[in-house]
Design a protein around this ligand. Sequence first.
Ligand SMILES: NC(=O)C1=CN([C@@H]2O[C@H](COP(=O)(O)OP(=O)(O)OC[C@H]3O[C@@H](n4cnc5c(N)ncnc54)[C@H](O)[C@@H]3O)[C@@H](O)[C@H]2O)C=CC1
Ligand SMILES: O=C(CO)COP(=O)(O)O
Ligand SMILES: [Zn+2]
Length: 348
Amino acid sequence: MFDKSTWIKLPRNVLQGHGVLDDLSAAVDELYLSGEPFLVTSPTPERIAGDRIRAQFDGISSVSLDRASFESVERVVEQAREQNAGYLIALGGGKPIDVAKMASDRLDCGFVSVPTAASHDGIVSGRSSIPEGDTRHSVAADPPLAVVADTELLAEAPWELTTAGCADIISNYTAVKDWELAHRLKNVEYSEYAGALSQMTAEMLVQSADSIKPGLEESAWIVTKALVSSGVAMSIAGSSRPASGAEHLFSHQLDRIAPGRALHGHQVGVGSILTEYFHSGPRGEWTDIRDALSTMGAPTTADELGIDGETVIEALTTAHEIRDRYTILGDGVSEDAAIEAATITGVI
Ligand SMILES: NC(=O)C1=CN([C@@H]2O[C@H](COP(=O)(O)OP(=O)(O)OC[C@H]3O[C@@H](n4cnc5c(N)ncnc54)[C@H](O)[C@@H]3O)[C@@H](O)[C@H]2O)C=CC1
Ligand SMILES: O=C(CO)COP(=O)(O)O
Ligand SMILES: [Zn+2]
């Protein structure tokens, strides 16, 4: 008997382009939602674009969060319930979007993603990534019902947020290699389609490197397109595997040991140089990853991340412990091997 089945959840409306923030209410109307919206944001995005949302949703209630945590999720759930919200609008970088994503899951309602930074591929994915104590939960949640990515707004964001988005996409190269490895060695379920889409997204971004420059709105367009495509790959896979391998474990570990030093995308980019070295050795493709990152202005060294060498080695040797996800790190990299990899690649 043929007993395979799958359920792929994707956004219904994806609006991307100059000024589309002002089409948010039209995009929401198209979704046939009932009830009032509730805005989930953080201080800077609120300052930048809160008014443009309020102009479209008269009297909308809101909460502004300082960080992504399970407590923040609870706060949103409570306040949205008090307001009898019918759906959530998430405005900001990764943190408010992740919190709204998880809260909408708890509230059993939909949410709309309005990124103010093209900083990572969670803006469209069905995964929410929330730290808790010594670990990080990548929780399955529904993807946004709609994504409204205004390239005019995204192009005005600090340039490093865009280079972080580029690096998050470049890290797909090693994430897919780790996924294939886990499939071969541990029989982890692998989707050819999601793997190919994720890899192609990284390749297309690297091919467009010449058009990714500060001050060019086209850069925000290219990067956002890639982030959407990578998020779709995660939705198809039903896991973050196509876009998150050992380089992400390394970054999650840095978030624990050295919180707040560097952006998610920048950390996974440097992690990708290191884990590509483990995959393919000293003469392998880690130089291509390093060169692609450096062309786009993303960090390639510990110094550029603002993190010292010892912390990098600690994160690299303990990254395998953070979550039950088989990668090239196997059951751990020895300190000597970590120092050698980080030195040869010029990360430290
Ligand atoms: N769910 C998923 O699949 C994924 C989730 N993530 C998570 O997302 C988070 C990282 O996201 P980020 O966007 O890097 O962090 P973030 O939301 O903290 O934003 C970084 C900073 O940029 C500021 N910012 C945002 N838009 C701005 C603008 N237009 N102008 C000026 N400043 C602006 C924010 O206020 C914040 O200070 C992490 O918690 C990470 O784990 C990352 C990748 C994928
Ligand atoms: O950052 C992500 C993909 O780019 C999400 O990955 P995690 O599941 O590791 O949080
Ligand atoms: Zn990521």
